[in-house]
Design a protein around this ligand. Sequence first.
Ligand code: GBH
Length: 447
Amino acid sequence: MKSYCFPRNFIWGVAAAAPQIEGAAREDGKGESIWDRFARLPGKVANGDTPDIACDHYHRYREDFALMRRLGVKNYRLSLAWPRLHPDGGRDINQKGIDFYRRLFDSMERNGITPWVTFYHWDLPQALEDAGGWRVRATAEAFARYCATAARAFRDHVRNWITLNEIPTFIGNGYRVGMHAPGAREPGRVLNQAFHHTLLAHGYAVSAVREHGGRGSRVGLTQDLSVSVPVTETPRDIVAARAELALRNEHLLAPVFHGRYPAGYLRRCGKDRPEVKAGDMKLISQPTDFLGLNIYSGHFVRAKAGRGREVLAFPPRYPEASFEWLKIVPQSIYWAIRHCHELYHPRAFYITENGASFPDPPAADGEIVDLHRRDFVRNYLVNVHRAVGEGLPCRGYFLWSFLDNYEWAAGYGERFGIVHVDYATQKRTPKLSARWYAEVMRRNQIV
Ligand code: GBH
């Protein structure tokens, strides 16, 4: 019997984001982004690494798509750099930016690769940050104009759109703890308002796709949920884990799927609750076609004797990848889909990111034997297979990431790629995990 097969039309892909791979930070009229600025602040990014050159994908995309083709990659999730299209976030459009992405999409087409395009993967135009960034409503309105520009310009190239990538990450890291661009530390009231503006931005992006996108366009949001996994798969622990996941993520999901902020969230905000204008929640909760999930990790939950539940702390030396937050919990991918399905019933799910950074061994005989990464992905995929096998509407999987790339505050030292990048020469070398994943995609089966 053939095991671990996927349905015929299951989407296999790889993922990346503009500021992490493109480089060409000042070329062809691109405006400065908050990451271009932030990376220059002393002590903010490991090794002082900047996104200036990154993987030089801006000049090497033809080579990169040819490599994707050789590996049998048929779907590629990328993001557009907002400051390439609207350099200062205002009304001015940079035609050279549009031309670049048209060349890019043409090249993808020639290589048989379907684009899945994220409007916002964290590279806000610096000029908008100077005018208040996500703290102000005007940024969501500027985002609406940018999304309209992009949806119109690329309507013949792109059908699958993702509005924003991981709202809680860029708000939390960027505006609460100052670890990501723009490096701010704001009080609760400002954060809640900024969060509301990102939800508005999501709504505006959905409208832009509906209004200006080509025929058959689809759109959804990508979230990084806090994923609660039952310690034992018994009804009591499952119910406990679902309640925990519901509580941790309701403010991210209820506005989009139910058109309201949850009462508990508003209570927790107290006097810092966001200002919501008439029509906002309607805009935010327009129907979408799918929910994207970036899944890396999770935590274990169990029901307590009597009533209530507890989240278990990870004991010392629990298996993790190169980041402390990257605890290896393969079941998180199954439980994220299942809980979310039961709670919110999105029309479909895509795993828009999953993958891991590990210290790779040096190449021996020209091969990088990255068994950690291979095994990480394989174990998570087994859990995708389980979800699909149980009839949950998970339609695709994108591995993060195709190339080693600019890992934000960790710079170039952390490598998530299935293809190694030698930054000194920009040489690409597929790792063992790439060869393996190519076989998975080709056979539509975990091997
Ligand atoms: C993704 O974010 C990004 O979309 C992608 O650009 C990035 O390269 C990739 O992951 C790898 O990092 O509060 O200490 O538990 C993942 C972001 C990081 C969000 C960990 C939640 C929890 C940190 N996640 N974070 S902690």
